[in-house]
Write a new protein. Structure first.
Length: 227
């Protein structure tokens, strides 16, 4: 979804209406008997595009958050997460400069060398915010930090700047409603494959937040996937 499209959705206040529409469709679908359920499901193919629209909305919001310009005079740090020792490790100043330039250009990826004796090669993916070892394919999270010039302490992590008014993420209530509705619809055996695939895409994006992952589990999403 492009930013102009997101602006239209916001200006027309469509997001709340779309969430409400999804919730009502799920409630209607859940209260029907199997024969009626099948009949109604044939008329719910519009749910697929709705799932994809909400997925792209959240993707657009994330893109605005991660690709905002740095604050004036801010010190930029890039770090990768060492899962073995449970800590964030900074890239070298040279690698940080290269990564930040690629990030500001809007590149999707950039190759970096590790500051280790073996000089392992990594491919950093900005959309997923992970680095991938080119030899072992090991994935590790990365993070971008802005620190005010007057406080250069690397322990201080700034909060994410507010995105433009044109694009706001789902609020807490809306996000929970969408996740509950999507999870309950996953158990349907009458929705077409394209709709179920779009549903899973949206569930995957929302479940990156721990609170929504808990909703997915509570509503039986994991059991549905494994059944």
């Amino acid at each position: 979804m492009t930013l102009p499209c997101a602006e239209v959705v916001c200006e027309q206040e469509l997001l709340a209406a779309l969430v409400s529409l999804l919730h009502m469709a799920q409630c209607r679908h859940s209260t029907l008997s199997p024969p009626e359920n099948t009949s109604v499901s044939n008329n719910l193919r519009w749910l697929g595009p709705l799932f994809l629209l909400l997925d792209q909305w959240e993707k657009t919001y994330s893109s605005i958050i991660w690709h905002r310009p740095p604050k004036p005079n801010a010190i930029i740090l890039w770090q990768w997460f060492d899962s073995i020792h449970g800590r964030w490790c900074p890239y070298t100043p040279e690698s940080t400069q290269l990564i930040e330039k690629a990030y500001q250009r809007g590149d999707a990826t950039i190759k970096v060398l590790a500051n280790t004796p073996g000089k392992q090669r990594y491919l950093l993916h900005f959309n997923q915010m992970v680095q991938v070892n080119s030899d072992t394919t090991t994935h590790r999270p990365v993070i971008r930090i802005e620190i005010p010039r007057e406080d250069s302490s690397t322990e201080k992590v700034l909060s994410v700047a507010d995105p433009p008014v044109a694009c706001q993420c789902l609020n807490e209530e809306q996000a929970h409603t969408v996740m509950r509705s999507c999870t309950r619809l996953l158990s349907s055996t009458t929705l077409d494959p394209d709709t179920l695939h779009a549903n899973l895409r949206l569930c995957l994006r929302l479940s990156r937040q721990s609170e929504l992952s808990a909703v997915f589990y509570k509503e039986g999403g994991l059991q549905t996937l494994l059944s």
